[in-house]
Design a binder for this molecule. Structure first.
Ligand SMILES: [Cu+2]
Length: 65
């Protein structure tokens, strides 16, 4: 399980957007986004480039910190 910190989430709509963005990345599964903690947890079934994750999150309108 991997954990990343995400900035800019303020409601469940944001949580859904981040969840979808992460689920759309090849190799990532079991995505769980925590609004209160401002973080996302997921499993990598194969190594995923952190830059790809950052780019996807950014495209959804949020920042990985
Ligand atoms: Cu929101």
């Amino acid at each position: 399980m991997k954990t990343i910190k995400i900035e800019g989430m303020s409601c469940n709509h944001c949580v859904m957007a981040v969840t979808k963005a992460l689920q759309g990345i090849d190799g990532i599964e079991n995505v769980k986004v925590n609004l209160e903690k401002g973080e996302a947890r997921f499993d990598e079934k194969k190594p995923v480039d952190p830059d790809i994750i950052k780019a996807k999150i950014k495209k959804a309108g949020f920042d990985v910190v």
